[in-house]
Design a protein around this ligand. Sequence first.
Ligand code: AMP
Length: 300
Amino acid sequence: MSLVIVGSVAFDTLETPRGRREKIVGGSGTYCSLAASFFTKPLVVAVVGEDFPKEMIEFFKSRGVDTRGLEVRPGKTFHWEARYGEDPNQRTTIKTELNVFEDFMPQLPPDYRKADIVFLANIDPDLQGDILAQAEAPKLVAMDTINLWIKTKRASLLRVLEKVDIYFANDEEIKMLAKETNLIKAGKKILEMGPSLVVIKKGEHGALVLGENFIFGVLAHPCEEVVDTTGAGDSFAGAFLGYLDKVNAFEKEEKIRKASVYGSVLASFVIEDFGINRFKTLSLQEIENRFRLFKKLVSF
Ligand code: AMP
């Protein structure tokens, strides 16, 4: 049982209708590892600059995240700036400053190479490819991306996609990557490009899981107070894969359905506050309670 997560550990500057936050801790690897940490002990691989707060690394450790793969380098931490409109599914990236990610050569520590699950969270697809080449015999490989890479590094992205089992994307990204406006057709096209499972995240409308022989729909928790949706997708993926790692099952449809619900549950918590704040107080009990509520929500 082991889950390696490669992604960004970042500073985010965010503006939502609920307020503005400058340089708070974020990043795809951050959200994903913290969400996964409620189910398993994830191993994170990323790079940060010397400006990254040591307390945050301690927080990762306190949540059981293995940080031996988190390099601290001279220079500045990756910085991303985004603005959200009234519709939280619509956001505009204002700035992406790669900083220490620019010349990052990711190295998997030797014992990380034997991981059962490798998750290539949103980072440059060339780096995703480098990491994947170092993994010895993963039972499950999953990836996520963002429209920046679909626009600027399509060929590299397609090369990685060929080698993964699960592709996580939001509806906009999946249509853009498949060059197809119908979501289901787009998902099916992706299934022909390598993955055997496509998880389409649809923000407040939940997610659609497309397998080769089944489709599963999961709702999003009906939240009245959405503060900041950053990281919802990464938290979904982290919980989904963390749960699969915990139950040591990679292909069983029933486990994939449950993993999707846990994904939606963790995403629903992270959006209740800015950045990763909600993860600081979240308990397993709250997660299980909301999981049970999800069951009620769809039983008829
Ligand atoms: P999500 O809201 O789940 O799509 O993830 C948002 C997170 O992705 C933010 O915390 C950002 O720091 C991070 N992010 C945004 N753009 C990039 C990028 N080009 N490469 C890596 N991470 C990014």
